[in-house]
Design a protein around this ligand. Structure first.
Ligand code: HEM
Length: 231
């Protein structure tokens, strides 16, 4: 491949990684907004979950977009690493860390941890394989009848300390990944200017902190019984 073709391929692949990453950030914001309904009680979160099932065409479209984003994101990240190795056959003898941050150096490891976590999370809450007895709970919604009791499933699961610990660690990795990812994606897409470097950095750290606090509140509130199980 000549230099200009290589550059075009790299820019195209980086753009895909950036756009699919931003799609997943939007999902994280939407997912947290839905999950926080657990604090409004079982009626609120269970009718929200049942409502999502009612708009199944929309739900499945969102799932397909999310899955496609994940696959493309991982695939092109791997391709980009290969391209940069091929372009630099002799490895650096010394790693230079001055210009990089902890988050940027650990993108691959945090990405792998998140990937494993998502697989566990789907087995846990979507397929009900980790604690089937909590997944099996049903709830009677006024004017609708019995629905999946997402409230009890979430609260009871997080009262198992190891589940809470695992989620808190995983969410921490997600947020470390996100701090670098948001800045890097905006840079790739050209939404970046020297004057705003510090503001963009602060905004991506602020977003990661807000999301981290939101996600971690749910296991912590369940462990401390601020969120109480129904039976
Ligand atoms: C305290 C933290 C979290 C809670 C309480 C939570 C809760 C849930 C629940 C209840 C579901 C099942 C929805 C259903 O099938 O009815 C779900 C699905 C899902 N969650 Fe989470 N989640 C948390 C964190 C995360 C994080 C950090 C990520 C991403 C890194 C994530 C990604 C997903 C995905 C991809 C699905 C599948 C969506 C679908 O197929 O409908 N979740 N989550």
């Amino acid at each position: 491949m000549n230099d200009s073709a290589m550059l075009r391929t790299t820019v195209m692949q980086k753009s895909v990684v950036a756009i699919t990453g931003l799609v997943m950030v939007l999902f994280l914001i939407a997912h947290l907004s839905g999950n926080l309904l657990v604090f409004a009680g079982p009626d609120a979160i269970n009718s929200y979950a049942a409502g999502l099932r009612d708009v199944s065409a929309l739900l499945w479209t969102a799932r397909i977009v999310l899955l496609a984003s994940l696959v493309l994101h991982v695939y092109f990240t791997v391709r980009l690493r290969q391209l940069s190795r091929e372009a630099r056959p002799i490895q650096y003898r010394m790693q230079r860390y001055e210009a990089s941050t902890f988050a940027s150096r650990t993108m691959l490891i945090s990405g792998l941890v998140i990937f494993s976590y998502v697989a566990f999370h789907l087995a846990h809450f979507t397929w009900g394989k980790i604690y089937p007895q909590y997944y099996a709970a049903t709830y009677f919604l006024d004017g609708r009848g019995p629905v999946h009791d997402v409230y009890s499933m979430v609260v009871r699961s997080f009262q198992e300390w190891w589940i809470s610990a695992l989620y808190i660690v995983a969410v921490t990795f997600v947020m470390i990944h996100l701090v670098h990812a948001t800045q890097s994606a905006l840079q790739t897409l050209g939404i970046y200017h020297k004057r705003y470097v510090h503001s963009i950095r602060k905004a991506s750290i602020a977003l990661a902190i807000v999301l981290w606090v939101g996600y971690v509140l749910i296991p912590l509130a369940s462990l401390t019984r601020i969120l109480k199980p129904l039976t």
